[in-house]
Design a protein around this ligand. Structure first.
Ligand code: ADP
Ligand code: MG
Length: 382
C-alpha cells in the first residue's frame, strides 16, 4: 500500500504532502565531528519517507510502518526532554526543537516508512529527524535552510532523545546531493559538494552492514568524546581541530603526563582530519583509486588508537583487502554497524563473496552488502 493510502487509512484523509530523507555512510573522517573537524559523508539511496498533514489543535500524532503498534498521540505543549521513550521521541524532539527556536508548529499527523536499516550505523535516526523537520518547515512555511534544519534535528537528538551525536548525520541527510560526497567542516558548517562518480572510473564503494551491535559500544562514544576534550584541554586548544597535522608529533610529545589513551585519541582525531584532506586532494585530482589505502589507514587508526572496532568489522577489512579491494574501513560509531569497501567494479563480486565466506567460516551472522550510490539529500516527494 502506498504511503499516502496508508496515511488516509490511519488518519481519515490524504496527507498535505510527502517528504523523503536519506540515510548516509561516511567515507572518511570518523569521531571528528565533535572535535570541530572534517567529515565526508554521502547520502544513500535508502530513505525515510513521511506523509504529513498540518494540525492546528496542538496534537502530534505519529505512526511508523516499521514498528509494531498503532498511532501515538502527544501534546505539542507537553513535550519535555528525556521523557519520551521509544521511537516517537525522534519526531517529537524535532517538534520540540522547532518550538524552542521560536517557530510556530501547532501539531501534525505523521505516517512514515523507511528503507534505511536501523541501528546499522547508517543514520536511520537522522533520516527520521530530518524528514520530520523538512516536512514541518514546508507545511508551516518556516523558511529554514538545510543546515538550519540539520542543527535543529541534532538538538532534538542531543537534548530531547538524549543521544550525544555530532552534526554529521543530520547535515548529510539534509544537504547531500546526487553523485557527490559532502566535504563538511563541522566547525562552521561550511561545505563543498565533491563529485563522487565512482562508476565513471570503474570503481564501487560497498557498504557492509555486519548486523551486529556490541554492548561495549554503549557509553564508548561519550567516553571517547570526554577523552578528546581532555586532550584538547591538556594541549590548551578549544578543540582538537586546532591541532595541525604537522604539529602532531610535538603535540603528542607534550602529552607525556596524560594517560596513554588520551594520546591515542588525539593521534586518531588529528590524523583522521588530515586523512579527509588527503582524500579531498585525491578526488580533486581524479586519483580516486588512491583513496583506498587512506581508508585502510583510517581503519587501523580507529582499531588501534580509538579502539572502537570489533572482530566483525576487522574481518570485513581483512577479507576484502585479501580479495583485492583497494581499501576498507569501519564507518560510523563502531562496535558493530557497517564498514565501507572501495573496490574495482570488476572485482566487486569476488570481494563480496570473500567477505561472505569469511563470515561463514568465522560463524558470524551473514552481513548485508550493497553498493553506496551517492544520492540526493532530503526533499519533497509530492
Ligand atoms: P542509526 O541511526 O545508526 O540507524 P540509532 O540507534 O541512532 O541508529 O537510531 C535508531 C532508532 O531510530 C530506532 O531504534 C528507532 O527508535 C528510530 N527509528 C529509525 N527509523 C525508524 C522508523 N522507520 N520507524 C520508527 N523508528 C525509527
Ligand atoms: Mg543514529
Amino acid at each position: 500500500m502506498s504511503v499516502t493510502a496508508r496515511f488516509a487509512e490511519l488518519y481519515g484523509s490524504g496527507p498535505d504532502g510527502v517528504w523523503a530523507a536519506p540515510g548516509r555512510v561516511n567515507l572518511i573522517g570518523e569521531y571528528t565531528d565533535f572535535n570541530d573537524g572534517f567529515v565526508m559523508p554521502l547520502a544513500l539511496p535508502h530513505t525515510t519517507v513521511a506523509a504529513v498533514s498540518r494540525r492546528t489543535d496542538g496534537v502530534l500524532r505519529v505512526h511508523s510502518a516499521d514498528v509494531p503498534g498503532g498511532v501515538m498521540a502527544l501534546g505539542a505543549d507537553d513535550l519535555v526532554p528525556l521523557t519520551e521513550t521509544g521511537w516517537p521521541a525522534y519526531p517529537a524532539g524535532v517538534v520540540w526543537a522547532l518550538r524552542e527556536a521560536g517557530h510556530t508548529v501547532p501539531g501534525a499527523d505523521i505516517h512514515l516508512t523507511s528503507t534505511v536499516p536501523t541501528g546499522a550505523g547508517l543514520s536511520s535516526s537522522a533520516a527520521l529527524e530530518v524528514v520530520t523537520a523538512l516536512a514541518l518547515n514546508d507545511l508551516y512555511e518556516l523558511g529554514l535552510t538545510g543546515p538550519e534544519l540539520a542543527v535543529l534535528a541534532q538538538r532534538a537528538e542531543n537534548e530531547f532523545v538524549g543521544v550525544p551525536c555530532g552534526i554529521m548525520d543530520q547535515m548529510a541527510s539534509a544537504c547531500c546531493t546526487d553523485g557527490h560526497a559532502l566535504y563538511l567542516d563541522t566547525r562552521d558548517l561550511t561545505q563543498r559538494q565533491v563529485p563522487f562518480d565512482l562508476e565513471a572510473v570503474g570503481l564501487q564503494l560497498l557498504v557492509v552492514d555486519t548486523r551486529v551491535k556490541h554492548a561495549l559500544g554503549d557509553g564508548a562514544y561519550a567516553e571517547r568524546r570526554a577523552g578528546c576534550e581532555a586532550g584538547a584541554r591538556a594541549l590548551g586548544v578549544r578543540t582538537l581541530r586546532e591541532v595541525e597535522y604537522a604539529h602532531l608529533p610535538a603535540a603528542l610529545a607534550r602529552l607525556t603526563d596524560e594517560e596513554e589513551k588520551i594520546r591515542r585519541y588525539v593521534r586518531h582525531v588529528v590524523s583522521d582530519n588530515h586523512r579527509v584532506e588527503r582524500v579531498i586532494a585525491l578526488l580533486d585530482t581524479d586519483d580516486v583509486g588512491a583513496v583506498g589505502p587512506v581508508l585502510t589507514e583510517g581503519h587501523t587508526s580507529l582499531r588501534d588508537d580509538l579502539r572502537v572496532s570489533c572482530p566483525e568489522l576487522d574481518l570485513v577489512v581483512s577479507s576484502s583487502l585479501a580479495a583485492g579491494a583497494l581499501g576498507a574501513r569501519m564507518t560510523g560509531g563502531g562496535f558493530g554497524g557497517s564498514a565501507v569497501v572501495l573496490t574495482e567494479s570488476a572485482d566487486a563480486d569476488t570481494v563480496t563473496k570473500a567477505i561472505l565466506e569469511s563470515f561463514t567460516a568465522s560463524e558470524h551472522t551473514a552481513p548485508r552488502v550493497f553498493p553506496a550510490v551517492p544520492s540526493r539529500g532530503a526533499h519533497r516527494v509530492e
